[in-house]
Design a protein around this ligand. Structure first.
Ligand code: ATP
Ligand code: MG
Length: 290
């Protein structure tokens, strides 16, 4: 589709920062499973611009899954998002004055300098010499199209991508996307639930929670049916909350016993529960609730 020019951009105007933070944090469980730290950083409070949400998912997922795949246990991955003046050089594309910069950095195995020029090529994988190893336990068990797609998508958005890497030290991908503000703003100008929730479980950084909006959201929330989410994995709870909070008021509990108490207290419209949990498991909880 990309090659045939059959992949149009669907631009929306809005604050791209909470969206990128949400995308990044949705990889946190996966990173934690590999014993990796995943960090989202930004010096900005807000970056309003035109962006195509689907293309950004694609780009960030590819870069993050690579970073996770090619970073040994105990390492760290940083996603840093900033706004900066465009470099007014000759090849400068849309004549915009500002660019969005997305940096994805890891402390992983790195890429040898002689391989760097090829990593955006389709089907390219930096595998160890196949003649010497019949080992299929390679971390890179993909197809080698991830970065080629990222590259094409960045070009489609009239941006650029660079890579810096040092073997055994880590790799950094730096993307620049021109900032325009021409598209229709996304439906609501209120901070979305995603915005609100992702802020809620991050350290305050440079941002402050705006109380009036929070109150408004609470008030609006009251018309929604209530859902009680029960799981002993806090990441799953956060993920579920993000997923359904447009439609449900959510309460959470960390195991079956707490879930039982909360269910009696709030009589939710629906309960979504894990099965294997300490104290009271999901099956016993289910029959008790019934
Ligand atoms: P796919 O993405 O199709 O599942 P893949 O991850 O192997 O497969 P690409 O994402 O295109 O393919 O990456 C190409 C190659 O670049 C990888 O095989 C790997 O050798 C190297 N590479 C990409 N990202 C990193 C990284 N963060 N650290 C080290 N090497 C990397
Ligand atoms: Mg990949």
């Amino acid at each position: 589709k990309l090659e045939a020019g059959q992949m149009p951009l669907h631009l929306e105007q809005g604050d791209v920062l909470p969206y990128l933070r949400y995308l990044t944090l949705s990889f946190r469980s996966y990173a934690q499973m590999q014993k990796l730290g995943l960090h989202f950083l930004s010096g900005q409070e807000k970056i309003v611009m035109d962006y195509d949400p689907e293309k950004l998912v694609n780009i960030l997922s590819n870069l993050l899954s690579n970073a996770i795949k090619y970073t040994p246990e105990g390492g760290d991955i940083y996603v840093q998002v900033d706004k900066m003046p465009a470099i007014p050089d000759s090849s400068s594309r849309t004549g915009t004055t500002e660019v969005l910069q997305i940096r994805v950095r890891d402390t992983g195995i790195g890429i040898p300098p002689d391989k760097l020029p090829y990593i955006f090529d389709r089907f390219y994988q930096n595998k160890p010499n196949a003649a010497f190893t019949s080992d299929s336990r390679q971390p890179g068990e993909g197809t080698g199209v991830g970065l080629a797609i990222v590259h094409e998508l960045v070009k489609l958005m009239e941006g650029d991508i660079q890579v810096k890497s040092r073997e055994k030290e880590g790799t950094e991908f730096i993307i620049h996307l021109p900032i325009t503000r021409k598209a229709t703003p996304a439906l609501s100008s209120e901070p979305s639930d995603i915005d609100f929730l992702t802020k809620a479980f991050l350290p305050p950084a440079t941002e402050e929670v705006e109380l009036p909006d929070l109150e408004k959201q609470m008030a609006a929330a009251d018309n929604r049916p209530s859902a009680l989410l029960i799981d002993d994995d806090p990441d799953i709870l956060t993920y579920l909350q993000l997923t359904i909070s447009d439609h449900y008021r959510t309460e959470t509990a960390a195991d079956g016993a707490e879930g039982w108490e909360k269910a009696l207290a709030i009589i939710p419209d629906i309960v979504i529960s894990d099965v294997l949990m300490p104290r009271l498991n999901g099956l016993d909880l289910c029959s008790r609730l019934k």
